[in-house]
Design a protein around this ligand. Structure first.
Ligand code: FE2
Length: 291
């Protein structure tokens, strides 16, 4: 198949560390994953400890559900979902931060939206012809309570040697400054990876951040630019690109689907927080590993 990205788009991705590809995900696909995400939440019953996700407090939330979610479908609550008495402040469907992290392999609708020849070709266009689909998230960014995602590099959380993680972020709904769009630092992928997030101990004991480089991450208030994009746009993010998103204090949601891929030729250490069960090997985007 021939390239889908132009030479200019590829050059811009290499220069800035990100690129927005308009009209990548059609409205039917967006509607189908949106509907399925809402069904997954409807049918999901939280068991035991509730699982909140913030990058600020990774260590606190590194519980069993989080650490085992690499091979299943789990719903994570917003940090502000519960009041002081531990009761949900609003309906469950408006309290979920995201669904993760293996729906691209475990759910038919997400699988169809993920393993497409167009995405495989675009991955190849940016040098990832052997892309493996590692991790997916459906992010709700709920109206009113959708939480901030602090400035980070994806390589911190999904490390490979050499670093190959690449984020594919799909706007299921319009993303604006008001509803918590992505912000990124143009060219910010050139300095090194600052830290890694490692499992420690055996089983689900926990995780720690380990510093690799002291260069400060960009300041979201000064150094980042907003990536306001209409629904259907795909944003591709280099794994070293610092990015951030604000709280959604607007009355409208900002649904997005993200897929993180790594190169099959890179080493994926067993200390990464996300591990897949042995019977769920990673699959290539181009489906060349399919029978
Ligand atoms: Fe990220």
């Amino acid at each position: 198949m021939s390239a889908l990205l132009t030479d200019e788009q590829i050059a811009s991705f290499e220069r800035d560390g990100f690129i927005a590809v308009p009209d990548f995900m059609d409205s039917q696909t967006r509607a189908s994953i949106r509907e399925r995400a809402i069904d997954l939440v409807d049918n999901w019953e939280p068991s035991g400890e509730n699982t909140v996700f913030t990058t600020e407090e990774q260590e606190r939330v590194s519980n069993h559900e989080f650490l085992s979610s690499g091979g299943r479908i789990w719903c994570f609550f917003e940090e502000e979902a519960f009041d002081e008495r531990g009761e949900l402040r609003q309906a469950k469907e408006l309290s979920i931060n995201k669904i993760g992290h293996a729906q691209h392999d475990l759910d038919d609708v997400f699988e169809r939206a993920t393993y497409t020849s167009d995405l495989a070709q675009i991955a190849a266009d940016i040098g990832m012809a052997d892309a493996l689909a590692l991790q997916s998230m459906y992010i709700f960014k709920q109206p009113g309570i959708g939480g901030e995602v602090s400035c980070h590099q994806d390589g911190t959380f999904l490390y490979t040697d050499p670093l190959t993680v690449t984020g594919f972020w799909f706007a299921v709904e319009d993303a604006t400054i008001d509803n918590g769009c992505l912000w990124a630092a143009p060219g910010g992928h050139k300095p090194p990876l600052r830290k890694v997030f490692r499992r420690v101990g055996s089983d689900d004991e926990g995780t720690v951040f380990e510093d690799l480089d002291e260069t400060p991450l960009p300041d979201p208030a000064k150094d980042l630019v907003p990536l306001e994009v209409p629904a259907g746009t795909m944003v591709i993010l280099n794994g070293k690109l610092p990015h951030w998103s604000d709280v959604n204090r607007s009355p409208v949601s900002r649904h997005a689907y993200t897929l993180h891929c790594i190169s099959a030729s890179a080493t994926y250490p067993d200390w990464n927080w996300l591990q897949r069960p042995a019977d769920m090997p990673l699959r290539r985007l181009d489906r060349s590993d399919r029978q």
